[in-house]
Design a protein around this ligand. Structure first.
Ligand code: SAM
Length: 318
């Protein structure tokens, strides 16, 4: 893959992308990254690239001509027409999903604005997409372009030791990563969780999965809710593939302890202290909200309902 950064400060970009993992990725031929000085393309005899905004107001605007010529010259060096991305606080907010999408391209041109931004007409002419690194305003597009370049580079085959190095990290699968620890085992009286020293790979994996859910729930409830909704939707699709459930069914969600869920699974519990009409469906979840089983209420008693288990996925970890 090739990334070109069109900027007024190419040295600032080069200093960053030639360092560390990205720099090694370039040296080892896993990615090509170049910075181009937009100023080199100006037709202005004073080498200016900006002018006052029509309509007045403070601040200068980057002019269309040098940007257009710079990007056309870079495009001509690509085998396939590259996507042009203008880093802008008005753009789509960058996410790991967007990074994954862009990492599959063969080439990208990143345009860095400065001052009040760039002449709107050049963005239209270049059909530029806009990407933001967050809802705040920086002085220039270089840092955002470097953020995007870094995030894309680490997904290029060969840059990191293996796919695990990024596929289990925060945001890749919609969750945050579990906590990490290194030597020593005890530091200022704080111990590394025992399970990580056990050498039991399966238990370590289960602990990490659980911690990843807990950390996401605590730090990013928005991501957690989206994750649970995705799981629940998938769960209902799987349920419908094995059981006849009316299309307009609404599913109540009942959280139960692992102990109770195990009893339900083994058929040791036939009543639950919940509310619901006869014939209504409910998804039994664990305390983290992960769907485990589906029941239908068959009888109402004074404080309990009786139920029938209608869906018990085989891959259930209980
Ligand atoms: N006048 C512009 C506005 O209000 O939308 C802001 C211009 S900003 C001071 C200068 C340049 O920094 C922009 O052209 C853009 O390239 C870059 N920039 C600033 N904040 C950014 C952000 N959150 N994401 C991406 N680029 C940003």
């Amino acid at each position: 893959m090739r990334i070109d950064i069109a900027t007024l400060f190419p040295e600032m970009c080069e200093r960053v992308f030639n360092e560390s993992i990205v720099g090694r990725g370039i040296k080892n031929g896993f990615i090509e990254i170049y910075a181009h000085n937009i100023r080199s393309y100006t037709e202005n005899k004073h080498r200016n690239v900006d002018d006052k905004a029509f309509g007045g107001g403070t601040g200068m605007v980057m002019q269309a001509q040098p940007i257009y010529d710079c990007i056309k010259a870079i495009s001509a060096q690509h085998k396939f027409p590259p996507r042009v991305i203008y880093l802008s606080p008005q753009g789509e907010t960058l996410t790991q999903n967007k990074v994954r999408e862009l990492a599959k391209e063969s080439g990208l041109i990143l345009l860095c604005g400065h001052y009040e931004g760039v002449d709107e007409r050049v963005l239209e002419e270049l059909n530029a997409e806009e990407i933001s690194v967050g809802d705040y305003v920086l002085t220039g597009g270089e840092l955002p372009a470097l953020i995007l370049t870094d995030a894309i580079t680490r997904l290029q085959p060969g840059v990191l030791p293996n796919e695990d190095a990024y596929s289990i990290e925060s945001h890749f699968g919609g969750l945050l990563e579990y906590p990490q620890y290194s030597r020593p085992e005890v530091w200022r009286g704080r111990k590394v969780p025992e399970i990580l020293l056990s050498g039991d790979h399966k238990q370590v994996m289960e602990w990490r999965e659980k911690m990843s859910l807990e950390v996401t729930k605590r730090k990013r409830p928005d991501l957690y809710e989206a994750h649970i909704n995705r799981l629940t939707e998938r769960f209902i699709v799987d349920l419908r593939s094995v059981a006849e459930v009316p299309d307009d069914t609404e599913f109540a969600k009942i959280p139960l302890s692992e102990e109770d869920l195990r009893l339900v699974k083994r058929g040791k519990v036939r009543c639950l202290e919940i509310d619901g009409d006869i014939g209504s469906y409910a998804i039994l979840t664990d305390f983290l909200g992960i769907p485990k089983f589906v029941i239908v209420i068959t009888k109402k008693l004074e404080h309990f309902v009786q139920f029938r288990l209608v869906y018990k996925p085989r891959n259930n970890s209980l």
